[in-house]
Design a binder for this molecule. Structure first.
Ligand SMILES: [Fe+2]
Length: 231
């Protein structure tokens, strides 16, 4: 599998392009609507056909590019089942595998940032969305978020993977690109050395402002990024 990490500066979002080199088929994880032109251009330049747009969760900080990409390429929008969005072409849940050529994407339920959040595992790589960041994690104070649940997801579902597993988050605000499970177990300040209770207290006292786009992004993402009011 070929992997490209793409970055949206405004929302600090990483979008991942997964490619099966033999079939030239591709998957995008967590696309951003403002970057659809960039993504289409890259797909064309590399001679790829986009088959799936995959979401780790319904985002609150940016609008997904899924609807636009689907319109332009005919790809299918794949969304976590528990997100209960009606715009998806296919729903995916814990333990399910999305196969494209030789690429096997395995869904791992990692609720806590949102209640329907999934992490995707491909061989020795995990795409952790907002469940686990490099030396951080997603917030847990809206969209059905729950700190205790996130602690359980990260410590029981992700930190139990081999230490060498590569961690690719949906965001980074400090210039990191990739980490490993071993590194995060040792150095992630939200989890390392903290009990579940300490983590809950820490998360409850972050006092973060709402993301600028939350009012438009959440409803828009429930329509897979479609602008129409009714999908
Ligand atoms: Fe998020």
């Amino acid at each position: 599998m070929q992997l490209r990490q793409l970055f949206d500066q405004e929302s600090s979002t990483y979008t991942y392009l997964l490619v099966d080199k033999n079939t030239k088929q591709a998957i995008l994880i967590d696309s951003v609507v403002e970057q659809v032109e960039r993504d289409i251009k890259l797909l064309q330049e590399l001679g790829l056909s986009l088959c799936y747009c995959l979401e780790t969760h319904v985002h609150a900080d940016h609008i997904t590019g899924t609807a636009k990409l689907r319109e332009l390429t005919g790809c299918l929008g794949v969304v976590p089942e528990k997100a209960q969005v009606s715009c998806a072409d296919r729903l995916i849940k814990d333990g399910e595998i999305l196969q494209l050529g030789s690429i096997k994407v395995e869904a791992i339920a990692t609720p806590g940032h949102t209640n329907s959040h999934l992490t995707y595992k491909v061989n020795d790589k995990i795409f952790t969305g907002d469940a686990l960041f490099i030396r951080g994690c997603g917030r847990t104070d809206f969209q059905g978020g729950d700190a205790g649940t996130l602690y359980d997801s990260v410590t029981q579902r992700l930190f139990t993977l081999p230490d060498e597993t590569f961690v690719y988050p949906a965001h980074d605000y400090r210039g990191h690109t990739v980490s490993t499970i071993g590194e995060e177990k040792q150095w992630n300040p939200r989890f390392a050395g903290h009990s579940r209770e300490e983590f809950i207290e820490l998360m409850e006292n972050l006092n973060l402002p709402d993301p600028k786009k939350i009012m438009e992004a959440v409803p828009a993402n429930k329509r897979c990024g479609n602008e129409a009011k009714i999908f």
